[in-house]
Design a protein around this ligand. Sequence first.
Ligand code: ADP
Length: 253
Amino acid sequence: EFNVSLPKLGRDELGQLSSSIQTLANDLERLKNERNEFLASIAHELSTPLTYLIGYSKVAMREGMSDKEREHYLEIIAEESDRMKDLVKNLLDLARMDETSFTVTKGLFPARPFFEGIFKLVMPSYEMKQIKLNLVCKFDFQIFADSIRLEQIILNLLDNALKYSEENTEVTLEAYKNNDQTVIKVIDHGIGIPLEETELIFEKLYRVEKSRSRAYGGSGIGLAVVKELVEAHGGQIEVTSILGKGSTFTVSI
Ligand code: ADP
């Protein structure tokens, strides 16, 4: 014989319990939808560069092609592979952050060569879209940060500045020291962000207007990673933007 004692639940408590279960079920459903949406956007993000890679590698293998033509296709292949690599890197970071096993290793390094290196790295993609990139880093100073992570932060911001700008506009990467902090600004004259959405864009998966993001590509994870990386440094990130005029992202570390 078993003697199981169940707590006696009154009508109110039963009601509360059933509504809690309902809330839980709704949350689960929402999470499931978010996860599916996330997976769909990742799959989409990866499949676009893959399509180029497959297409252009087939073209590059054609017989009777001049070296110059072949070189052109190989350049596109290299660029798309880089984009995929960055995306996968961001994804891995995002996963790692959720596991809270993510750390930054700070060190002291000179600013000027660091920014010049980034400038050289992104120059070709800016040139391809005919957007002028300016580097304003007047004085050499020392930065105390994780240089690899900081590079990742800036590359993500420069990537967005490029993506959300029209041809023949300018983007400025500016860096200076303010007291003990290093301030980095990425200033573009692109499509801008609606005021009410300037905080939301740092959330995971958030993209301003789905249609607009589809037109420009993107997965809505770049800025979530950037924010986590900045905060892991004990720093802040801010954005000011005017719709149709441009945006300025400011990182202080
Ligand atoms: P995505 O991969 O969609 O670009 P992000 O997390 O990097 O994801 O950015 C989130 C959203 O913020 C983007 O979908 C875009 O609408 C907006 N955004 C980010 N940077 C800029 C920018 N420089 N100019 C205009 N909109 C931007």
